[in-house]
Write a protein that binds this ligand. Structure first.
Ligand SMILES: Nc1ncnc2c1ncn2[C@@H]1O[C@H](COP(=O)(O)OP(=O)(O)OP(=O)(O)O)[C@@H](O)[C@H]1O
Ligand SMILES: [Mg+2]
Length: 411
């Protein structure tokens, strides 16, 4: 839409359509307007002719005779106002009948104003023409501004969406990297968990071979040995299943029991923690239900516990302890994970949730564990995660609501 300034220089350029079956009347109006510098004038002697002009020209004002054969002015006005291409064009009724009923019908049909016929002097006509053209210009300008604003808003929305998409891609990369790092750690865990059953299977097989050579194999001995081997193999197979499930992509958010997530994570990491003489004391209300992707949540637990393991491994003296507590309040759950590994240096504390922030060597840490945990808890599960130093160590507090309606990272 072109911009039209509501000043007189521009007003006189605007197109005015005169619809009147009486040619003398139309000519008179034309002459009055022309004298005042309105040069863009169109005339029609019937409504049908007027419609043709409306279709061809960008009309800004219509002066419409009320008494016309075929389609009268009131009906014509109603039809113009009923067409969305022309409904904003102001209409001045030109009428010899200025009784209330005629005027009311005209205004009800959508006319903006009227002039009395016969038009003896131009003052009334020109004042109304000028006012209505100015109002029309104002309206066009306002519509233009609104349209511009809509376009700006639209562009802003697109920019926001682009940024969100970019962030999403970045998050995906971070999640992927973090998963790779975890997979590496998990393989370490599995190897550790397999060591003992592999030993037992090896020793049992040796035992069977020795007994076979010394001819002391009995049925009962063989049964016991086979049972031992089968038990160890099924334990190893379960370990692999747990591992595979942990990395299986999840399709749906669900309500799940916090206690189960903790138990599953502990079963994966316990052997390594035991190896480092770290005790995990976990107590969780059995009524703590949370909502989200269970595997993602386990990843969060794993990130926090692995951090505790890293500091406790280095602890020279005293007990190495991780304490997990969870309680539900009005369906929401508060969980704390605390260690006694000495805490997070105060200077570092404000930055630990930043991506790629780490105080560890490149081989030990990438700095995305806590960043990712924060994204999962705060963006995907509508919760919060905070860290603080407590006596002797670090404490992570997770607020986990039982409801969350956001789009998930990875969806
Ligand atoms: N329990 C803790 N005690 C002391 N410092 C901690 C603890 N947890 C986290 N930190 C500090 O926060 C930093 C960031 O932790 P984060 O888990 O994000 O990365 P990271 O462990 O260094 O690397 P990774 O990506 O392998 O997890 C750590 O480098 C460490 O300095
Ligand atoms: Mg970490």
């Amino acid at each position: 839409m072109s911009s039209i300034a509501p000043n007189s220089a521009h007003l006189s350029d605007l197109c005015i359509l005169i619809i009147d079956d009486n040619l003398d009347n139309a000519d008179l109006i034309e002459a009055f307007l022309d004298e005042q510098g309105y040069t863009n004038l169109q005339k029609a002697s019937t409504f049908a002719e007027g419609v043709k002009i409306l279709e061809k020209h960008s009309v800004s004002l219509i002066i419409l005779d009320v008494m016309m054969p075929e389609v009268d002015g009131i009906t014509a006005c109603r039809m113009i106002k009923g067409d969305e291409r022309w409904r904003d064009i102001p209409v001045i009724m030109a009428t010899a009948r200025t009784d209330l009923d005629t005027l009311r019908s005209g205004f009800e049909a959508g006319a903006s104003d009227y002039v009395r016929k016969p038009i003896i002097n131009a003052i009334e006509l020109l004042a109304r023409v000028r006012n209505l053209l100015a109002m029309h210009c104002e309206m066009v300008l306002r519509l233009e501004h609104e349209q511009e604003l809509r376009e700006i808003n639209q562009q802003l929305e697109e920019r926001v969406q682009q940024e969100v998409a970019k962030n999403w891609e970045k998050d995906q990369m971070v999640i992927h990297q973090s998963r790779l790092a975890e997979m590496g750690e998990m393989i370490g865990n599995i190897a550790h968990q397999w060591r003992q059953p592999l030993n037992i299977v090896g020793l049992t097989v040796e035992d069977v071979v020795d007994n076979f050579h010394s001819k002391t194999v009995t049925n009962a001995f063989l049964d016991a040995a086979l049972e031992k081997i089968t038990n160890q193999l099924s334990y190893m197979s379960k370990t692999i299943d747990d591992f595979a499930n942990f990395f299986k992509p999840e399709k749906e958010k669900t309500v799940f029991l916090l206690k189960h997530s903790i138990e599953r994570v502990l079963s994966l990491i316990q052997p390594v923690f035991e190896m480092h003489h770290i005790t995990i004391d976990a107590q969780c209300d059995s009524g703590c239900f949370i909502y989200g992707y269970p595997q993602e949540f386990m990843q969060v637990l794993l990130n926090i516990l692995n951090n505790s393991r890293d500091v406790l491994e280095e602890k020279q003296a005293g007990e190495r302890l991780v304490t997990i507590r969870c309680q539900s309040h009005d369906n929401d759950t508060i969980m704390t994970i605390r260690d006694n590994g000495g805490g997070i240096p105060e200077a570092v504390l404000p930055r630990i949730f930043n991506p790629y922030f780490t105080t560890k060597s490149a081989a030990k840490g990438t700095g995305i564990g806590l960043y990712m945990s924060k994204m999962i808890i705060e963006r995907n599960m509508c919760g919060t995660i905070q860290a603080a130093n407590v006596e002797g160590g670090a404490e992570f507090t997770l607020f986990l609501p039982s409801k969350c309606d956001v789009t998930l990272i990875g969806e």
